[in-house]
Design a protein around this ligand. Structure first.
Ligand code: SR1
Ligand code: MG
Length: 424
């Protein structure tokens, strides 16, 4: 498509004629566009997503809309987010391996569309966890993905010039950052117009949290860090709806929120989504006993963090070529222990901040605009509210006490006790 043409949203009917001449698509799926079958399958909050099936194969066409799909045209949103998604996908493929994200076949900036690999028989991780599926590889795959993208996108690895140029490129992703700044860090903690929660069951707890000064101060400290700590290129929206899986394959999708932010943000958001899945399981118990699933999820948290730490440490020792923690100060002077001490400090800071980001992510999915299917698919509102209340209390604890929590054993034990009702 012509980059200069005015933006037009695709439809199921117009897509074959409009994209029939895109060689990168036609050569993969089949040249006769009159025989393409098109289905719009977007169930996210922002974009159109089409599966286009030709005689030979299928591909995905993802197109941004000039507004937030979840809310409608009253909330305009720039089309340039597909530009950031495209550039983030290329960097993630280079840093974490081509098999960690979908392959891109074509990008049209003017039409804000990306043609990419159709992942099949993959399903969205969140859906798999709701169904009680225990994916064997997600912790290792995602721990590696985060360590590699976060380390290699930072001043620990890149040259100062390369990172600053990239920082400048992603700095324009203002509107998507603004969504997170409001929806994650501020709106849940007051009566923002678009908020909703399971009512009246959660009303008293919600009022308590919104009156909680310590919690609100922590949330604002985290927001400050999110906005001002441009450490590395983060995915920016790494929840279980941004991951597609089979038993043997894990792909991270949808990095349109990518920007230079704190290392701990992606890690916290991801672990929060595993913990929310944990607290939602009793709402899905009708579909099978979920005790094993709960244990599996806490194990995934432990393994994801362990793999992240191990790979980050490995990269620290073998790929620390950037300007930070200069080897001339440590290893080159025969002081490898100095570098290990610095590594411990860096990992500790990520740990503490990760807990804070996890806590606010849990809150915003229950109190804010964008809820998640883990809880939303629990039809019985009383059961749903019980699950959500447990998650809210857990989120508050890890956020406010993050500087005093020493390990995942302590946190997972708390999760089990809250789930069993032995602590309130
Ligand atoms: C208005 S957009 C709401 C949420 O959807 C995206 O997936 C992000 O998580 C965002 O916060
Ligand atoms: Mg998304």
């Amino acid at each position: 498509m012509n980059e200069a043409a005015a933006f037009q949203a695709l439809t199921v009917e117009t897509l074959p004629a409009r994209l029939g001449s895109v060689e990168a698509l036609a050569s993969r799926i089949g040249a006769d566009s009159s025989r393409w079958k098109v289905a719009e399958v977007g169930d996210g909050n922002l974009n159109l997503v089409f599966i286009v099936t030709g005689e030979k194969a299928a591909a995905i066409v993802k197109q941004a809309l000039p507004y937030v799909r979840l809310v409608g045209e009253s909330w305009p949103l720039p089309l340039k987010r597909s530009f950031f998604e495209y550039h983030a996908l290329t960097r993630q493929a280079a840093r974490a391996g081509a098999g960690s994200v979908p392959e891109i076949f074509h990008f049209d900036k003017g039409q804000s569309l990306i043609v990419m690999e159709y992942l099949t028989p993959h399903v969205i991780l969140r859906r798999a966890l709701i169904d009680g599926r225990m994916l064997p590889n997600i912790a290792a795959d995602l721990g590696l993905f985060m360590a590699r993208t976060l380390f290699r996108g930072s001043d620990l690895s890149m040259t100062a010039r390369a990172r600053k140029e990239d920082l400048a490129l992603f700095a324009d992703n203002v509107e998507l950052c603004d969504i997170t700044e409001n929806l994650v860090f501020t709106d849940p903690y007051y009566e923002a117009t678009l908020n909703r929660h399971t009512s009246p069951q959660l009303d008293a707890l919600v009022a308590e949290l919104r009156a909680d000064r310590d919690l609100k101060v922590e949330a604002q400290k985290l927001k400050h860090m999110f906005a001002a700590n441009a450490e590395t290129l983060v995915h920016g929206d790494l929840h279980s709806g941004s991951i597609m899986v089979t038993d043997g394959d894990t792909r991270v999708i949808d990095p349109e929120f990518a920007f230079y932010g704190p290392m701990a943000f992606d890690v916290g958001m991801l672990l929060a989504n595993f913990w929310m899945s944990f607290f939602s399981q009793s709402g899905h118990e009708a579909n099978g006993e979920r005790e094993t699933m709960r244990a599996y999820l806490l194990g995934v948290v432990v393994e994801t963090w362990a793999v992240f730490r191990a790979e980050f440490s490995h990269l620290w020792r073998t790929e620390r070529t950037g300007m930070l923690y200069d080897r001339r100060l440590f290893e080159d002077r025969g002081d490898p222990l100095g570098s290990e001490q610095a590594l411990d400090r860096v990992l500790h800071a990520i740990w503490v901040d990760m807990l804070g980001f996890a806590g606010v992510e849990v809150h915003r999915r229950i109190l804010g605009l964008a809820h998640n299917a883990d809880f939303e698919t629990i039809a019985d509102e009383n059961v749903r509210a019980t699950c959500e209340a447990k998650a809210l209390k857990f989120g508050r604890h890890i956020c406010v006490n993050r500087h005093r929590i020493h390990g995942l054993d302590e946190i997972n034990l708390l999760a089990v006790r809250i789930e069993k009702g032995t602590v309130s």
